[in-house]
Design a protein around this ligand. Sequence first.
Ligand code: ATP
Ligand code: MG
Length: 251
Amino acid sequence: MHKISPKHPRYNSLVLREKMAEAYQEGILADTALIAHGRGEAFDYILGEKTSPAALEAIRTGISAMLLADNPVISVNGNTAVLTAEYIVELSHLIPAPIEINLFYRTPERVKKMEKLLKNAGATEVLGKEGDDHVPIPGLEGPRSRAHPEGAHRADVVLVPLEDGDRAQALVSSGKKVITIDLNPLSRTAQTSSITIVDNVVRAIPLMVQEVKKLKRYPQKQLKEIVDEFDNTKNIAKSLNSISNYFKQDE
Ligand code: ATP
Ligand code: MG
């Protein structure tokens, strides 16, 4: 690990980069995961590397939808696990919702390493392990189509931070409410999901943990109102506005 000075203007971003590079060396992440992270970094830069009011609204709505769900699930990819495992596990206990492994480049070794990472972070049960039962999601092929019978398959609400556009679309088409976290408000995932949180997972997931502690005490009626009042297209437009304001240096 290189020594990064905390005075460096991109300190936080560089710490995350080191974390990702190490996880790649350890074989948890594929090389393409690092490229995806880089695309995220670029969008985070033009969002001012902070959670916008629009993202906060989407976070509140996402948590409300998960609390109202009959069968919520948290579908986790490599980048999310490496960056936020402890918070994912806390969120999973608080909602409560099972965690399912969802790897784009799925290999038995990577699945085992992810399971270990999540268990070390406190997860008691993880779905989508090697050898677990799975049912295909209609419209997808190969390992990307896997859904655990007790997880994504039967879920009515799926939280999928950093999902791929095709899979997000297939999940929405199969009638599920899809909550995503994606720094790019223009990606297909952001555009097709039901609730899009345009923020970095390293900020959004800890905020989701904070929100669930508050919203858990709300009556169902109030949670329903939060979900009903939310308009994802308008919310994404607000995030795009934050980006254009950043360029104008208005903020
Ligand atoms: P899509 O398949 O949805 O059209 P894409 O193909 O452009 O998206 P991918 O390469 O599939 O993008 O996935 C990378 C996505 O994840 C990018 O949109 C990027 O902004 C986002 N991303 C990367 N790192 C983070 C992070 N730490 N937090 C939130 N989003 C991130
Ligand atoms: Mg993609």
